[in-house]
Design a protein around this ligand. Structure first.
Ligand code: ZN
Length: 307
């Protein structure tokens, strides 16, 4: 029987070299500890790895947070998993917002939160491990990576497609702006929108559940992007300002960017969508920054789910 984690060490911890399999193992342990969490498969990666959603809440309003869309922004995966762990612990202990800093049962009777912590499983492992012995696309990956076997700067999926340039919102404009016409470590949007299974999985989930708001966790810069071509609803800016005030991050109105997940969400649903650039430094951010960044992201995500 699951119980709240009072007095227990958190399941979600990090180390240098944290990989997709570490995240999956922690999801399994969270499921064993907390009855409040459900796991749903939303798709599979190019190499057949499960893209898992962790779900909490029983409300009719569905909201969504994803992470690690960009391969070397791995630290966002455990950031989101830790947040889910604390939500689940708060649910099961009955702790309200005052005692835990996390939303209590009342909110999660109204909402269902769908978290996809590792949206780019193959890319995450490539960035963390480099090429492994049986890695498919091995020769191509070396070429796409400019001849280097150091993949720590890799953001794309295993086919060299930048998943945050894959969405059908100004996709052609983004392609022309990037000037990237073939697979690469970043900025190549693919042969057509949503041709990669990881991006298609996020789009499919979003269309099925028609989320009322979404956030996508990236690193780095301590910024919040909230607009897209004046298509966002009026409430987006105010919510971004609240996310900024609780986290110390800066709400930024961005122009000259298309084809990202939040861009597409805003253009298709005309509802609030955010890209959160967590932490500060050079990607991949080191594991040693995890607790510092989590202290900023926890109040930000708490405010996001309150809406
Ligand atoms: Zn990113």
């Amino acid at each position: 029987m699951a119980s709240a984690n009072r007095g227990q060490r958190p399941v979600v911890r990090v180390h240098e070299g944290y990989r997709y399999e570490d995240g999956i193992e922690q999801i399994g342990r969270l499921m064993a500890r907390y009855d409040a969490l459900r796991r749903v498969e939303i798709g599979t990666s190019v190499l057949g790895k499960s893209i898992a959603a962790l779900v909490i809440g029983n409300g009719p309003e569905h909201i969504h947070v994803n992470a690690a869309v960009h391969a070397n922004e791995w630290i966002t995966a455990p950031l989101l998993l830790r947040f889910m762990e604390e939500l689940a612990a708060g649910q099961e202990s009955g702790a309200g917002p005052e005692s835990s800093g996390c939303p209590g049962r009342e909110l999660l009777d109204r909402l269902t939160l769908w978290a996809v912590p590792m949206a780019n499983p193959d890319g995450m492992n490539l960035s963390q491990d480099g090429l492994w012995p049986a890695c498919p696309y091995r020769e191509q990956l070396l070429v796409w990576n400019g001849g280097s076997d150091n993949f720590s700067g890799w953001k794309a999926n295993i086919r060299g497609v930048d998943l945050n340039d894959q969405f059908p919102a100004g996709w052609e404009e983004e392609r022309a702006r990037r000037g990237s016409d073939g697979p690469a470590s970043q900025d190549y949007g693919g042969s057509e929108p949503l041709c990669e299974p990881e991006a298609a999985a996020l789009a499919g989930l979003t269309r099925r559940l028609r989320f009322s708001r979404v956030a996508s966790l990236h690193t780095q810069g301590r910024e919040i992007y909230w607009n897209y071509r004046e298509l966002e609803p009026a409430c987006s800016e105010a919510l971004a300002n609240r996310l900024a005030s609780v986290s110390g991050y800066k709400a930024v109105k961005l122009t000259g960017s298309d084809a990202g997940y939040k861009d597409w969400f805003i253009s298709e649903f005309r509802r609030p969508g955010f890209t959160i650039e967590a932490g500060e430094g050079v990607n991949p951010l080191p594991a040693g920054q995890f607790e510092t960044i989590y202290a900023e992201i926890k109040p930000l995500l708490t405010e996001f789910i309150r809406g």
